[in-house]
Design a protein around this ligand. Structure first.
Ligand SMILES: Cc1cc2nc3c(=O)[nH]c(=O)nc-3n(C[C@H](O)[C@H](O)[C@H](O)COP(=O)(O)OP(=O)(O)OC[C@H]3O[C@@H](n4cnc5c(N)ncnc54)[C@H](O)[C@@H]3O)c2cc1C
Length: 129
């Protein structure tokens, strides 16, 4: 039996989770990888900081969010490298995960505009290879 198209999603925040859920009925095999095992609803962080909500009220285990989605699995791991030629992502623990399509939804905080533009340029050049 031919292998299903493998979609690898890096990041289980708003972007990554939304992508996984949108692909619920697609004939693909989804692997979502996040360095945390939970999704954090960041817009309510202020309420946790001010004590009106507890941390558990604004976070949910990624595995339970996607538990009913048969074509998705969640892995805990931090992506440290992407090899677009080999179509493989390397995780911090040394494991590598192969993909057919890759969705990068890890967000990038830019503290200095110049540094961020350079980083984005390098990532894009690597991805376009
Ligand atoms: C306090 C606060 C309040 C906000 N309020 C609002 C609001 O009211 N309205 C609004 O529209 N937006 C708001 N935002 C912004 C909103 O939260 C972000 O725009 C949104 O979370 C971005 O989604 P994302 O999926 O790109 O990234 P994120 O939600 O940050 O998800 C990225 C995920 O990638 C994972 N990750 C990162 N690097 C790696 C790696 N190398 N390997 C594996 N996993 C990795 C992270 O663990 C994380 O789970 C707020 C943000 C904050 C901090």
């Amino acid at each position: 039996m031919p292998q299903k198209h493998r979609v690898l999603i890096l990041g289980g925040g708003f972007g990554g989770l939304n992508a996984a859920q949108k692909l619920k009925r697609a004939p693909v095999e989804i692997t979502l990888i996040d360095r945390r095992n939970f999704h954090l609803f960041q817009p309510l962080l202020y309420q946790v900081a001010t004590g009106s909500l507890s941390p558990g009220e604004i976070s949910a285990p990624l595995r339970s969010v996607l538990s009913k989605q048969k074509n998705a699995q969640v892995l805990l791991g931090e992506a440290v490298d992407i090899d677009p030629d080999a179509k493989e992502v390397t995780l911090r623990d040394g494991a590598s995960v192969a993909y057919d399509s890759l969705i990068v939804a890890t967000r990038r905080r830019c503290y200095r505009a110049g540094a961020c533009r350079r980083a984005r340029g390098n990532r894009l050049r690597n991805a376009q290879k």
